[in-house]
Write a protein that binds this ligand. Sequence first.
Ligand SMILES: [Zn+2]
Length: 426
Amino acid sequence: MGEYLVRCLGCGYVQPPRALACQNDDSLLRTEYITKRLTLRDDLPGLWKFYDWLPVKEPLRGSGDKPVTYKSKGLARELGLENLYVSFSGYWPERGAKMTTCSFKDLEAPPTVERMIERGDDQILVVASAGNTARAFAQAASAANLPLILVVPPTGLDRLWICEKPADNICVISVNGDYTESIDLAGRLAANPRFVGEGGARNVARRDGMGIVMLDGVLSMKALPKHYFQAIGSGTGGIAAWEASLRLIEDGRFGQHLPKLHLAQNSPCAPIYAAWTGSKMETGRCPAGMYDDVLFNRKPPYGVKGGVKEALEETDGEVYGISNQEARLAQKLFEESEDIDILPAAAVAVAALQKAVRAGTVEKNDLILLNITGGGVSRAKEELDMNLLKCDIETEPSALSSTSTSTSTSDTDLLVEIDEILERRV
Ligand SMILES: [Zn+2]
C-alpha cells in the first residue's frame, strides 16, 4: 500500500523517493505506484481514501478532505447535456463537500506537507501562492504543527483565512508585486539551505493530490470521461488530470481512452492559451484587471517533458481564452442553476464548457467532468469560524536578488526577521 517509485520522464532513471528534480535533465518526475488497481481505503478519512495512489507513507493527521462528484441537473439542463458531472472542491455540506478552505488546493497541501515531514530533516517549507494555495498549506501545516513560510502578493493577503486556529510557526511574507514575483522570491529563499521549496508543479505529491479530482470523478461515474474541463494558471491541474487518467487506464476497469483536456485561462492574461494557439498576448499589465488573478502564472511548466504541452498533445486537448464578461455570465449561470456560490476561477471553466457546447466540440450524450476548483465560500463564512492570518513581513520583489538595492527591508534584515518570527513561535 502506498508503495511507489519516482521516475524521471526524460532519462527514465529512478530517482530518490522525495526528489523534486532529476540531476540529468529538466524533465518532470512522475510516480509509479506498485498497486495498479485502485482500491478505496474506506478506513481512512477524506482524500486519504486514495492512499494507494498518493506518494506518502501515512496520512497526515487532522487534514485532508476530498471533493465530491455529482451528476448535474441544473447546469446540465441549461446546456442541454445528458451526462455532465461536477467535481466540487469546496464547502457544500448538503452534497457532502466539507473542504473548509473552499479550494481544490486542499488536495495538494496535505500530501505535500506529509511528504515534507517524511523527509525527516529540519528544513523549513517555503510556499509561494496567490492566496488559495497558501490557505491550504496554512491549514495543513497548522494541523501538523510544521513551520511554514508563505510568500504571497498583496492581493493574496485577504485570501489567507483558515478554519483551523493558525499555528504560531507560520510566517507570512507579502511581496509588493505579482504572483510570479512571489514565486521568484520564494525560490531565492529556498536556495538557502535552511529552507526548502515545495517544488510547485515539480512536486509529485502536489500533482497526485490534485489528480484525486479525476480519481474521485471516475469512481463516481464508473468510467473515464470523454471530456475534462478545468480553469488553469500554471496548468499543473491539467497535468495531474492526465496523469491520473493514465493510471486509471492501467487499472483496466474504466476504459482505455484518455479524456480530452479542455483547459481554460482568463484572457488576456493567458500565457498557456497564447503558447498553445500561437497567438500574441500582451501580458505586461497582468494580473491587473483579471476576473481571478490566481489564474495568472508567467512561467508555467509548459514545454518541459511531462508538462502542459505534452498533456494537451496526448489528450487531443484544447485551451480556451475566457474574457471577464464570459466568466461573469458563466458564474451567474452556474450559481443560479446549481444553487451554490463558486470561486471566480471556477467560473472560467464553466465558460469554457459553454463555449465547447456552442462549438459542438462536446455532444449531448458525452460523459463530461467539470472541475469546480473552488466554491461554497458564502456558506463557509456563514457557518464556520474563520481566522485571518496576519502579514508578518512586507518586502520588495528585489529582496535577496543580486540586483537588490536598498529596500524597506534589507536582505540580511529579511532573514533575521524571518528567524525572529519563527523562533518566537516554535
Ligand atoms: Zn532525467
